[in-house]
Design a protein around this ligand. Sequence first.
Ligand code: SF4
Ligand code: SF4
Length: 304
Amino acid sequence: MTEPSSISGEWVKRTIKDFIATSLLNTMEDKTGEPAWDQVLVGFASGADPLWQQYKEYVGAFHWTPWEVFNQHLPEENVSAEQLTVISWVLPQRKTVRDANKKEKRFPAEEWARIRVYGERCNMALRHHLVNRLEAQGHPALAPMMVPNWTIVKSARFSYASSWSERHAAHAAGLGTFGLCDGLITEKGKAMRTGSVVAKLSIDPTPRPYADHHAYCLFYTDGTCGKCIDRCPARAITEAGHDKEKCRQHLTLSRKHVQEAYGFEGYGCGLCQVKVPCESMIPVKKARIALEKGELPPPPPPIA
Ligand code: SF4
Ligand code: SF4
């Protein structure tokens, strides 16, 4: 079949969904033969969205805008921010994987650890695949998580932070808002992984169905819940938020457990992502109904 010469948002969504449906890398790598993923949500954000600059100002100078990362690696394209689209996707955890992790109290279930390793390997392959497909159509592209100078740096404000955040890209692309534990709550919940690609491509941005970056978390919207606090074995979540350093130390401990208990190299935790109201849905009823009805909040005031 002849490929379309001009790429639409629907073409991009189909390319991503087809990969998840057919890739041999979409596997748990265990005897069940089950896939790592069976659904995907896709959103788009403009490279000129003011949110990118706001992220940079909040996180630090090392945090890239889409234009910065694109221009560093593909300078010959000489693009403006307006010519770029960020394609972001969310891969929700399957119910069997969530149910397995619900039973755990300290370290991840084997299924969850497998997703962290083999599900992310598939996610990485999806980034590659989408870049290749876009380039074959004449749209230069890159995956910020795969460029050689992507890095994590120590940060006074956040303990550590990276030069590109998949969760923040998903937030910009209308796919979710942040919870007390720092996870991104999407319409399929917080138990998920994300990915993104920046492309020289014009696609209408996905409208953000929220005005506030915490709109889907019960704790921030009405002061209730806090269930993720009790789920964390490392006491890394409090009413003040998520302590990344404590979380990181616990993830390091989990490596030994995964090797000894399950017999492969891996790590993970995600206990705060399951057995909580935001596990597989938006728990804030008003926000959930607004999304179902396609209602949008009033636009935010212009940035001074
Ligand atoms: S468990 Fe409750 S408090 Fe924690 S992120 Fe989810 S909705 Fe917010
Ligand atoms: S905050 Fe970190 S250590 Fe705590 S439950 Fe979540 S992933 Fe695990």
